[in-house]
Design a protein around this ligand. Structure first.
Ligand SMILES: [Zn+2]
Length: 149
């Protein structure tokens, strides 16, 4: 298939690393796009980048079901399988601190968003890489349990 030919972009691309260092969530990452497609294939409709509490924006939101989905990058959000166990070099402590701060923020956001009446789904980027359909199924299950009530 020639349709999928890769285009080389010469534009400067903001890196995930840079955005994280500025304390932002990164949008439209590859795992996020993959997840969207998988969720969409299951016939679920969602919105992107919706604010679910005053402090917190979810990556995907299913407003009717009050489901908020967060895609967490393995490195910056401290995935148990893929975050580095130790850092080296002069900035090691700062890297570690940055990841610890992100993890605490994730945890706090989950609590706040849950308290606001949302069902929270956090999905690691590696989970999407491994099994995007399975990750989407987690969302679909929540939707169907919502219907059951
Ligand atoms: Zn991971």
């Amino acid at each position: 298939m020639a349709g999928g030919a890769k285009k080389q972009s010469r534009q400067w691309v903001a890196t995930a690393e840079g955005a994280h260092l500025r304390g932002r969530r990164v949008r439209d990452t590859k795992p996020e796009v993959t997840l969207r497609k998988a969720v969409h294939r299951l016939g679920l409709r969602f919105r992107l980048q919706r604010r679910v509490t005053p402090q917190c924006t979810a990556d995907l939101v299913l407003p009717r079901h009050r489901i908020a989905i967060f895609v967490d990058g393995c490195f910056w959000h401290g995935c148990p399988d893929h975050a580095p166990r130790e850092f080296r070099g002069p900035n090691a402590a700062r890297w570690q601190e940055k990841i610890n701060t992100n993890r605490k923020r994730d945890h706090r956001n989950t609590e706040q968003v849950t308290a606001a009446g949302w069902s929270v789904v956090r999905i690691w980027e590696c989970e999407i890489r491994r099994d995007a359909e399975g990750a989407a199924e987690r969302v679909a299950k929540l939707v169907s349990s919502d219907h059951a009530e």
